[in-house]
Design a protein around this ligand. Structure first.
Ligand code: ZN
Length: 312
């Protein structure tokens, strides 16, 4: 009943404005309200949506997307959304309950749909007896491979075009321009890694967020915490990591913007590896920081890897 009324009202409105086309092609009066679950995804939606979309994120800059404690404000953002973007691949374990609670009828687009997932890395777990790191079967951090972000962008473009067909051309043009920037980024990543001597391409990070980066670009990452931040690394994990750093002569450990730095500082102290600065794994920096967009995040990480791993 309500739906029939709405369609009738829209039809009358489109007659009123003299539109000859179908109702769905009428321009939106206000920007599309998009919600993205975390800051990196929010930036990608902004890049494609431009001025036709406002983007709210649930997990903001410098915050941990694995572990949101949803608030009523989060449910309200979802309830008011026209479209919702999630990473998928098990990143947002908190999302299903929240979206049900919000009562939203907005379509949910899984940005990683079509990405080939890689299994969760858990290599040092074998070394110290094979305990599990959460229940992650696949690694959710697909955005660390630029090729996967092309898929994200295509899914975002198609999702926006569906809820706002009047601006589909604008979304296609913005996506195409952004894909060209991703091509340039990918060339820079490959060139930067190629400059690092192969035996120095090893890095320690707090949690296993760089599996896709490692698989795509040939840098090896070792992390005490597994692919999720749900559980703390145990003293045994830390001891195993320190042994591994010494054995493999890993040049540098990195602090992530979403994690407590103290453990990595301890690991650096006890292993003799140097602290190679801060890397951005699962979240952007604040807008005035060095990783305010996805492109800046990747370039900032690259600079940190390069600075710490180049000899002399
Ligand atoms: Zn993560």
């Amino acid at each position: 009943m309500a739906r029939t009324f709405r369609i009738a009202a829209l039809a009358i409105l489109s007659l009123w404005f003299g539109s000859a086309g179908p109702v769905s092609a009428a321009p939106q009066e206000r920007p599309v309200r998009a919600v993205a679950t975390f800051s990196i995804l929010g930036d990608l939606v902004r890049q494609v949506g431009g001025s036709h979309v406002t983007v709210a994120t649930l997990v903001g800059p410098d915050s941990d997307a694995h572990g949101l404690s949803p608030s009523p404000a989060d449910a309200r953002k979802l309830a008011e959304a026209d479209i919702v973007f999630v990473n998928g691949l098990g990143l947002e374990g908190w999302f299903d309950r929240l979206i049900r609670a919000s009562g939203t009828r907005a379509p949910v687009v899984v940005a990683s749909a079509g990405v080939k997932p890689i299994p969760a890395q858990d290599e040092h777990a074998h070394e110290d007896g094979g305990h599990g790191h959460g229940d992650h079967a696949v690694d959710p951090h697909a955005w660390q491979d630029v090729a996967n972000v092309r898929t994200y962008v295509a899914n975002i473009r198609d999702g926006l075009a569906k809820v706002d067909p009047a601006h589909a051309d604008a979304y296609r043009a913005a996506a195409a321009a952004y894909l060209a920037e991703l091509d340039a980024l990918e060339r820079d990543v490959r060139a930067a890694i190629a400059r690092i001597p192969p035996e120095r391409r090893r890095i320690i990070t707090t949690h296993d967020a760089f599996g896709y980066f490692a698989a795509a670009y040939g840098l090896r990452f070792i992390a005490p915490q597994g692919v999720s931040t749900d559980s703390e690394a145990s003293p045994r994990d830390v001891a195993a990591i320190i042994r591994q750093i010494r054995k493999e002569r890993v040049p540098a450990v990195f602090l992530e913007n979403i994690s407590d730095p103290r453990q990595m500082q301890q690991i650096a102290r006890e292993s003799g590896a140097r602290v190679g600065g801060k890397v951005y794994s699962d979240a952007l920096s604040a807008p005035d920081g060095p990783a305010a967009t996805y492109l800046d995040l990747m370039r900032s990480n690259l600079k940190a890897f390069d600075a710490a791993l180049m000899p002399g």
